[in-house]
Design a protein around this ligand. Sequence first.
Ligand code: SF4
Length: 374
Amino acid sequence: MSIHEPVQLPDWQTAGLSLYAKTEADVERALARSQRSIEDFMALVSPAARPYLEVMAQRSHQLTVQRFGRTQQLFAPLYVSNACANECDYCGFSMSNRVRRKVLNDSELAREADFLKRQGFEHLLLVAGEAPRVAGVEYFERALRQLGPTVAQISLEVQPMATEEYRRLHRAGLHAVLVYQETYHRPTYRSHHTRGNKADYDQRLAALGRAGDAGIHRLGLGVLLGLADWRLDSLMAAYHLRYLERRCWRSRFSMSFPRLRPAEGGFQAPHPLSDADLVQLICAWRLFSPELELSLSTREPASLREHLLPLGVTSLSAGSSTRPGGYAVEPEIALEQFSIDDNRSLKDVVAAVQRLDYQPVWKDWDPHLHVELW
Ligand code: SF4
């Protein structure tokens, strides 16, 4: 495959016909295999798999413990900016929302990072709205050089960038890039992303390939669950993952499960996902891809997070703020992207992880392992 070949996804409707035609026999065949294909994944996310939830959960748990042990990596999102030049109708940071905009300066960034570091976090996920004029590659390069010496790993969930920009950030110590496609259904994507660079579906779809070409160690995918049919969106994400695995074979991969939450503007999920759906989805991903890191955020309530944790989840955010400056700079001011549902302190999350007989992992990487192969 040429590195310039774009992501190829199947036709949504045709894939839907195949997925909804899956039978219990297809699910049983998928469960019997040791290595599973996209066809198997289709069966495992289909309605036909619902009676097999218990057996899926058991297998998913076993596979996860085999590969990852009884561990949970802990990370904290650090919102650096809520400025955004895009219009996404489900998001509190949308450009037309009348919220006060804030971009952390160097000393505010240091205070926020210091707060998290003192709690024990070694993995920071820098998050920002998409406003390259005020938080572009120079901003993130400076942030990486500033914070890099103080923590073990820094990931980025910001606007998609060009390969050369990702290369610059890689050289500055960037560990992981997360770019969620939100939905792979083009008409739905168009209707929810109406202004700004994010309206360009294809340049977003290609972003993780560019990050992988630049040598980024881990690439994070995700679907904003609730925008479109979650089964089909997840199937498209499975095709995307397989494409990236071939193209960016040196990178590792992670999958996140952001479920639509209330935000500024009162957006309601058009295709809501039940808790049982989420269980099925997490198990299906684990059975499809035993190596994949599965990440769960504080969008989900505490009790559900505890139930989902042993099923296949390998990393958790904890004690999170979804506001720039929300930890130490101006914790009392509301500038949040979406409301979180697990409001427990970090200490309580750690205690819950240990109660479930899992070991919280603060550090599984060291900047000395960061090599420039590209
Ligand atoms: S989802 Fe991201 S790009 Fe869209 S408005 Fe929110 S911060 Fe901006």
